[in-house]
Design a protein around this ligand. Sequence first.
Ligand SMILES: NC(=O)c1ccc[n+]([C@@H]2O[C@H](COP(=O)([O-])OP(=O)(O)OC[C@H]3O[C@@H](n4cnc5c(N)ncnc54)[C@H](O)[C@@H]3O)[C@@H](O)[C@H]2O)c1
Length: 418
Amino acid sequence: MKHDVKDLALADKGELRIEWARQNMPVLMAIQKRFEKEKPLKGVRISACLHVTTETANLMLVLQAGGAEAQLCASNPLSTQDDVAAALVKNHNIPTFAIKGENNDTYYQHILDCLSPGPQLTMDDGADTVSVLHSKKKELLKDVIGGTEETTTGIIRLRSMAAEGVLAYPIIAVNDANTKHMFDNRYGTGQSTIDGIIRATNVLLAGQKVVVSGYGWCGKGVAQRAKGLGAHVIVTEVDPLPALEAVMDGFEVMSMEEAAKIGNIFVTVTGNKGVLAKRHFEAMKSGAIVCNSGHFNVEIDIPALEAMTNSRRMIREFVEEYNTKDGRKIYLLADGRLVNLSAAEGHPAMVMDMSFANQALAAEFVKNNAKKLQKQVYAVPPEIDREIARLKLETMGVKIDHLSKEQEHYLSSWQEGT
Ligand SMILES: NC(=O)c1ccc[n+]([C@@H]2O[C@H](COP(=O)([O-])OP(=O)(O)OC[C@H]3O[C@@H](n4cnc5c(N)ncnc54)[C@H](O)[C@@H]3O)[C@@H](O)[C@H]2O)c1
């Protein structure tokens, strides 16, 4: 079996960590049980390009249980957990191509390796597989019946492909499911981004001025969690609506020009590029820590920072000290890549349970409905979203009320008033 992982001897450690995550993924496990019996993905070749974490490993096992022939590569050069990659290859016969810290060439070679059997279904986190298929590997497009996409940034890319009429197959926007972004982006990114900053630096957040750029689903989570640890949180935005929301949620909102002068820790989570630029680095205090939790490492203009720098060195793992020509020190975490997946372990399993339940059910949906779907980006069907929420509550032992017949009628009629 073809594979490229760091060291197969790490498999035992990875296996235990996969098992640990599984204990917090009851919804996905319920789907696995059904997939084992029904084999809804029998013989379907799946190329998955996802962060190679313990949670993803459990998703891969569910796809395999459903009968799929699934392969995996990384969706980011720094997010791979090498022990997990080893366990997938050695213990589960899942061809995996991912090594933490791989360079860009290897990263793209791994995507090609993962595509080599000619997939019928793709699973992406950031749309790199789709983009390789539509550029370098067009000959493989004929077999692809559909795909899924995990994150906001990927969906933006796919929607623009669909609008230009170049998307060659239907894709389900897993990120847009309520049971994905309301929980994964907010609580998952919120907690794990702070976790990444703390693991990388061991800073005390209490009393620090933490600047969160972007108050979308992820930004809300990061801001909330930083506040919970006693930080003084400043939000920067470009859209008046989330900016107003941040004001009313009790955060200080200002331009990055202003925030750059006073912040101690900066977190970008916008999905946009050049959010922290030369003029901001010029204004920052010595000792400022900058990091990113948005999908690509373009949110921080690293070349601009490099151009202002005399020398740099790794002062701790994932912490690079930039010594500026005017004598200040700026600390860049994890090379500007997703700090939560590079310096920590990504989202906790409890929240990935719902995201990956969406992935598994979306894959089944694509398989069953491919002929009816256009070359467009589709929402996860609302009944899947609702069912995942119901199952999650059930596994948490939470009971909710149900509408009575009278209430159902009241909510669907217009005749009753005061
Ligand atoms: N770290 C992770 O594990 C993780 C998890 C989920 C999503 N993501 C990624 O995080 C990014 C944000 O995702 P989201 O779901 O919060 O998106 P979102 O669309 O809900 O929010 C993004 C926000 O950033 C704002 N923004 C855009 N440009 C800006 C700028 N220059 N300055 C300030 N604000 C700006 C937008 O107005 C918007 O409110 C995406 O790249 C997404 O793919 C990362």
